[in-house]
Design a protein around this ligand. Structure first.
Ligand code: AGP
Length: 610
């Protein structure tokens, strides 16, 4: 889950690489490095820690070159330090390479190369690549041929970029499993893990597919397979603006993205709600809508927050389409020989569209003939491109590692799919109109909840020193309890668990004492009476209670220590509202602990390795 960027052109590449790496830092930020050509020599500068530290080092060296590559790392093999940072080189430093992914057979390759006399400087899997390519260069092959031959021996995932001092007019890049784009400019070209690193310079990009290699020069680029077949590539115009990926005056991307939700939710439903027909219009599913509606079973596969969205989707699909629905962790689904076939539809939910486990699960489902559909936020991402059809969530770029607006937009899209299928089955036009009109009102209700920001901040200050938290909800709000707990864990490093409230007395209630804050998602819905007794069970054992409750509920104030009153909505849409206070609670607790909210430790925005 590293970030890679490269430049070849007429300008000094050093500031361009550093800026690009800063935009990619959400992918990994434990060490960084750049490699440039200085005449016929390579100059490599690496550093442990964030890109800003590398920048200081580079500026002291006053470097300049018109060709270079840069890397920001999320360590998988070898601890974060200067030696293990990228670029890695061959023995005489004439070739240098950056890599995002994991070389699974690196030990075998390393042993073979050491038998040939190669010596390794780092503990990384990536370092086998420059030596392996070198072994083919020594046999008289040119750079492109050597890279192709080397990659034919590699097992695993990679997004790589390579520069060779003896062929200083090109950058060679290749992709398998890890995302890679080529940015096309005027007398300059770029390569990067995603568009955010090149957006300041061009909106013309080409997406590389698995098994493709790109040869990028100052004025041109061509694509081939690693078996040397020529490929014609389509150039895409990026519609995203640079502003969209800046903090917009907020202290953190996470808070900006929480506060953007009224707009991102409107974008997710724009042009997709047919109010008069009580239905939804999803162009991306038009060709498969009948097969989808006639599915014997629906499976939803995802990871992390997207998996939580899937759980809410399960409740929606089963309640309104009556199609049996199951939710699967993608990492388990891909390896457990799943029973899935042509009568089944499998939705793959992913904000980044690059999560390795979800991508592999998608390929597994397709292999078995299931209808594989994607729900993604990142346009042009691997999962979006490899699914047979799908829906973009249009939440806009999500930079903060902790997913917020992408989650609520995923819920809107799941509600729209529920409408689409339901109306093809047994959902009446009246019921459809009810859901459609309620969906329309959601963004305004979220705006109202966001006005509670400072109230939630003051509650957060009461709990910033807590060691544990328990989140409890029922029905549609059980997945919200899981999501609230995940947000807190991710950015505040406080241990937290989400549970169905009724499950508490089967064990977790043993954890309750005056030091255990308990968050109840307790709106006045069909589960309200039940959850009130759960609240009393916790109260009776001295637990400190925060409740997300309905705005007209005055009774609950007598039962809990803190209540956050939010507007009501029909049960299937309520998770979009009840999660917002939990996003803000986690955010403020982490800020009060002085933590780096946007780049929490040990995490990265898109998990492209398994
Ligand atoms: C959520 O805040 C986390 N960043 C993480 O759990 C994330 O949801 C998970 O890695 C899945 O990512 P995806 O939606 O991009 O596939």
């Amino acid at each position: 889950m590293c970030g890679i960027v490269g430049y070849i052109g007429q300008r000094n590449c050093v500031p361009i690489l550093i800026e690009g790496l800063k935009r990619l830092e959400y992918r990994g930020y434990d060490s960084a490095g750049i490699g440039i050509l200085n005449g016929s020599d390579s100059v490599i500068v690496k550093n442990k820690g964030k890109v800003s530290l590398l920048q200081e080092k580079v500026e002291q060296l006053n470097l300049s070159s018109t060709i270079g590559i840069g890397h920001t790392r999320w360590a998988t093999h070898g601890i974060p330090n200067e030696t293990n940072a990228h670029p890695h080189t061959n023995t005489d430093d004439s070739l240098f390479l950056i890599h995002n992914g994991i070389i699974e057979n690196y030990q075998t390759l390393k042993k073979g190369l050491m038998n040939l006399g190669y010596r390794f400087r780092s503990e990384t899997d990536s370092e086998v690549l420059p030596h392996l390519i070198d072994s083919f260069l020594r046999k008289g092959n040119d750079l492109v041929k050597s890279v192709q031959l080397a990659l034919q021996e590699v097992e695993g995932t990679y997004g790589i970029a390579i520069i060779y001092t003896k062929e200083p007019d090109k950058i060679v890049a290749a992709r398998k499993g890890s995302p890679l784009i080529v940015g096309l400019g005027q007398n300059e070209n770029f390569v990067a893990s995603d568009v955010s690193a090149v957006l300041a310079h061009t909106k013309q990009v080409v997406y590389l597919e698995d098994g493709e290699i790109a040869v990028i020069t100052k004025n041109d680029f061509c694509a081939k397979t690693i078996y040397d077949d020529e490929i014609r590539k389509e150039v895409h115009e990026i519609t995203m603006s640079l502003e969209e990926i800046d903090k917009g005056g907020y202290p953190h991307f996470m808070l900006k993205e929480i506060m953007e939700q009224p707009e991102s939710l409107r974008n997710s439903m724009r042009g997709r709600i047919l109010l008069e027909e009580g239905n939804a219009k999803l162009g991306g599913l038009a060709d498969v809508a009948d097969r989808l509606a006639n599915s014997k079973r629906i499976l939803i596969s995802a990871c992390g927050t997207s998996w939580h969205a899937g759980l809410v989707g399960e409740y929606m699909f089963e309640q309104f389409t009556r199609i049996p629905t199951e939710v699967e962790y993608a990492s388990e689904f891909r390896y457990r020989n799943p029973i899935v076939g042509s009568d089944d539809t499998v939705f793959f939910i992913s904000q980044s569209g690059e999560t390795a486990d979800t991508l592999a699960a998608l390929r597994e489902a397709k292999l078995r003939g299931a209808l594989a559909l994607g729900i993604c936020n990142a346009v042009g991402s691997s999962i979006a491109r490899e699914s047979e059809a799908g829906v973009y969530t249009h939440a806009g770029p999500e930079i903060g590692v902790a997913s917020t607006k992408a989650f609520t937009s995923q819920l809107v899209v799941l509600a729209l799919i529920t409408l689409l299928i339901g109306r093809k089955k047994n959902l009446s036009i009246e019921e459809g109109k009810k859901i459609a009109s309620e969906l329309f009102q959601i963004p305004d209700k979220v705006e109202k909840i966001l006005k509670l920001n400072s109230e939630i901040e003051s509650i957060a200050s009461q709990f910033k020193d807590a060691k544990n938290f328990l989140y409890l909800g029922r029905g549609y709000n059980f997945p919200v309890a899981l999501e609230g707990a995940l947000k807190l864990k991710e950015i505040s490093y406080i241990h937290a668990e989400g549970y169905p409230a009724a499950e508490m007395k089967h064990g977790p209630i043993a954890l309750i004492d005056e030091d255990m804050p308990v968050v109840f998602i307790a709106p006045q819905d069909s589960t309200y009476e039940k959850i009130k007794s759960n609240i009393q069970e916790v109260k009776a054992r001295g637990g400190k209670i925060i409740a997300v409750a309905s705005e007209n509920d005055n009774e609950i104030d007598h039962l809990v220590d803190y209540s956050i009153k939010i507007p009501d909505a029909i049960e299937m849409l309520r998770p979009i509202l009840t999660v917002i206070p939990l996003q803000l609670l986690a955010y403020h607790i982490a800020v009060k602990k002085g933590l780096n909210v946007d780049q929490p430790r040990n995490l990265a925005k898109s998990v492209t390795v398994e």
